[in-house]
Design a protein around this ligand. Structure first.
Ligand code: DOR
Ligand code: ZN
Length: 351
């Protein structure tokens, strides 16, 4: 395939990791996800967190109530793992089709993670059930120890937490969420197909300079933080190679501007408004547009053992760069849209 393509028709993508929030923010951000995505794995780190099947069902109803009648969008629900998580509730939630996965937040790792897990061994009984029933275990893969440098926290998590979990639960389906390092890429590629990783659009286009050069740029602060350029290049190489271990999870995580532009700003970028344009730009740049559909629309369903979407979308290339959406207004304040710092030429259209 050459770089002179001007349109690409693909199976409708899914977003395997998104923060839709709740209430007023949910109503504002949801339309950006439903526009071009068939399904999304909805993160449970609300306040209070979504910890039971009952909570998740209520949250799913809140989302569904905001969908237009003709919507093709399905929110796939997750539970927030705590040390008190009820393994039987997890089993029932999964087997009844209400819950698709359980998410591990190491306590203190990120936004609303205080109720997360301090001692991983305390969740082993739940992992045993998940392994038995084939339920995906989604991992925020960073250690939280104060003596571990924030840029090393992913690699240390792999060595000290993930490898022991994998050894103890060889059949557990694990998704390493928002992978950011070369060490992470190497680890995931060394695993069987029951280990996979989501990769975000922002980690494919920025490195840590975006956040730290020329002033502190809070709209590039997310967790895990963007790393050095060699890590970004490893991520780009992995996803554009067509490797089925990797699929798209936007980790779109909106916060109103005053919460980010603060002396203790929140982590997260709001990127669903331009995700597919960014992904197409990255794949075009690597001469890998033929691999894009796998990453956005095929590898995720294969891992989750779900059918691929029946709808299609079209990506169209404009000769001139597209205007970028700057922000959206909500009752709670403005939310800045992620600026990838590169020209975007590809626009997604429903067909
Ligand atoms: O940047 C992030 N924002 N990373 C996370 O893990 C959580 C998320 C959020 O909920 O804001
Ligand atoms: Zn997230």
């Amino acid at each position: 395939m050459t770089n002179n393509r001007t349109s690409l028709t693909i199976t409708m993508p899914d977003d395997w990791h998104v923060h839709l929030r709740s209430d007023a923010l949910l109503a504002h951000v949801l339309p950006f996800s439903t526009k071009h995505f068939g399904r999304a794995i909805v993160m449970p780190n609300l306040q209070p967190p979504v910890i039971s099947t009952k909570d998740a069902t209520r949250y799913q109803q809140q989302i569904q109530a905001l969908l237009p009648q003709e919507s093709h969008f399905t929110p796939l629900m997750t539970l927030y793992m705590t040390e008190q998580t009820d393994a039987e509730d997890v089993r029932q939630g999964y087997l009844s089709g209400h819950i698709n996965a359980v998410k591990l937040y190491p306590a203190g790792a990120t936004t609303n993670s205080a109720a997360g897990v301090k001692n991983i061994e305390n969740i082993y009984p739940v992992l045993e059930v998940m392994e038995e029933i084939g339920m995906p275990f989604l991992v925020h893969g960073e250690v939280v120890d104060n003596d571990i440098d924030i840029f090393d926290r992913e690699a240390v998590f792999i060595d000290t937490k993930l490898i022991p979990i994998r050894q103890r639960f060889p059949k557990l389906n694990i998704v390493f969420e928002h992978l950011t390092t070369k060490e992470g890429v190497d680890y995931v590629q060394s695993c069987d197909n029951n280990t996979a990783a989501t990769v975000t659009p922002h980690h494919l286009v920025i490195n840590r300079n975006a956040m730290l050069v020329g002033g502190i740029k809070p709209h590039y602060y997310c967790l895990p933080v963007a790393k050095r350029e060699i890590h970004r290049l490893a991520l780009v190489k992995a996803v554009t190679s067509g490797d089925i271990h990797f699929f798209l999870g936007t980790d779109s995580a909106p916060h109103v501007d005053h919460a980010k532009e603060s002396s203790c700003g929140c982590a997260g970028v709001f990127n669903v408004a331009n995700t597919l344009s960014i992904i197409a730009q990255v794949f075009e740049q690597e001469n890998a547009l033929d691999k894009l559909e796998g990453f956005t629309s095929l590898h995720g369903p294969a891992f989750y053992k779900l059918p691929i979407n029946t709808h299609k979308i079209c990506l169209k290339r404009s000769a001139i760069p597209l205007p970028l959406p700057k922000n959206i207004d909500t009752e709670e304040g403005s939310i800045t849209v992620f600026d990838p710092q590169i020209d975007l030429h590809w626009k997604a259209e429903n067909i």
